[in-house]
Design a protein around this ligand. Structure first.
Ligand SMILES: [Zn+2]
Length: 372
């Protein structure tokens, strides 16, 4: 048996940085490795093309019934520029494995595959176990969307592998990002009198968005597991030269949604509000990123997962988080989802990303028990 530690070393050695908008098959070598690894252990594995030569990998361990338990995680990582540890060679210190993807999310991929190997060695599981390693979780989620289009059977439940410090995450926020452009008159900056200034107007818009009316309304929508929705101004760009009155200023906002909020309706309400407060000068572009929140659901499979966590001496209390995962897309098909994994989200995307080795082993034991 390989075990998650040794397998993680192999996975980290195969870079799979999300290519963002570039047409590059960045995750395919990793998908091929996973498929070969699984076939060598008697499992079925196939690559499912997504786009630009990029492919999801789907590994199936047939069970006594056709009911499917889905183990889903992503193949891609964020960039490795500026890392203070070797990105593509696991290094060890203080019981931690360092490298790009160790916690987000190759550690989880290693856990899932090792658990399937252990289950396969013990006989035929009662339910069919499908592992899906998908592309593009870090950018536009095209991998999970393709998975939803191509699966033969809707899973009974899904475990989504992301770093959660071994907690069971059952709810998370979604998001809506859009750009707001403010227009001014322009002109020579030595004669600013009587002319509207796009940067000054944008400052008013920013103050309003960060002010008590907007922020108070968000706070009033707080929910038990995930807390309140949020709105942050994250980028600003404006002006053409030091002696030119700015004609335009554009800000980008990141609005995090709570379960039950429709991101498109959130955008519409915001656009209506701003364009009625600043008629003719403010334009709110269609969202360039939209993601759904995950609402907690009731399901026997999730109760079982909680019982397994507790039987391993772990905290089984359900948790909500602020960041998005593939789970909210799987949940659109009515699949009950729990997000679970080794390592902390606080170390994902960092210059010294790591996963604690004991958490890797514990996660593997939990997933193995759950499948049994
Ligand atoms: Zn991730």
């Amino acid at each position: 048996m390989t075990g998650p530690r040794a397998l993680l070393e192999q996975l980290v050695r195969i870079p799979s940085v999300n290519p963002r908008e570039a047409a590059t098959p960045a995750e395919t070598p990793l998908a091929e490795f996973v498929a070969e690894w699984a076939r060598a252990r008697g499992m079925q594995a196939e690559l499912v093309p997504v786009q630009d030569g990029r492919a999801n990998v789907v590994v199936t361990l047939a069970g006594a019934s056709d009911d499917v338990i889905l183990l889903e995680t992503h193949l891609d990582t964020v960039e490795a520029d500026g890392m203070t540890v070797a990105p593509y060679e696991v290094t060890y210190q203080d019981g931690r494995a360092y490298g790009r993807g160790t916690c987000d999310a190759k550690g989880q991929l290693a856990v899932f595959l090792s658990a399937m190997e252990a289950v396969a060695a013990a006989g035929v599981p009662s339910r069919t176990v499908v592992l899906a390693g998908v592309v593009d979780e870090e950018h536009r989620y095209v991998g999970v969307q393709e998975l939803r289009r191509t699966w033969a059977r809707t899973p009974l439940a899904a475990i989504v592998g992301e770093p959660t410090s071994l907690r069971m995450v059952v709810a998370h926020k979604g998001c809506m990002r859009c750009r707001i452009t403010v227009r001014g008159d322009g002109g020579h900056s030595s004669e600013p009198w009587g002319r509207s200034n796009a940067i000054s107007l944008a400052a008013e818009v920013v103050s309003y968005l960060q002010g008590p009316d907007v922020q108070g309304a968000l706070d009033a929508q707080a929910q038990e597991l995930v807390g309140p929705p949020s709105l942050a101004v994250t980028m600003i760009e404006g002006g053409a030269g030091p002696n030119i009155l700015p004609e335009t200023c554009t800000i980008t906002i990141d609005r995090r949604t709570v379960p039950g909020e429709d991101p498109h309706q959130v955008w519409e309400a915001l656009a209506d509000d701003l364009t009625s407060r600043w008629p003719d000068v403010v334009e709110v572009a269609e969202p360039h990123i939209v993601d759904y929140a995950l609402a907690a659901t009731e399901s026997p499979a999730l109760d079982q997962f909680q019982a397994v966590l507790r039987s391993h001496g772990l905290d089984g209390a359900p948790l909500g988080v602020g960041h998005g995962t593939d789970a909210s897309k799987l949940a659109l098909d009515g699949v009950p989802c729990v997000v679970f994994g080794a390592g902390s989200i606080g170390k994902a995307h960092t210059a010294d990303e790591y996963v604690p080795l004991d958490e890797l082993d514990a996660a593997c034991a939990v997933i193995t028990s759950f499948i049994h």
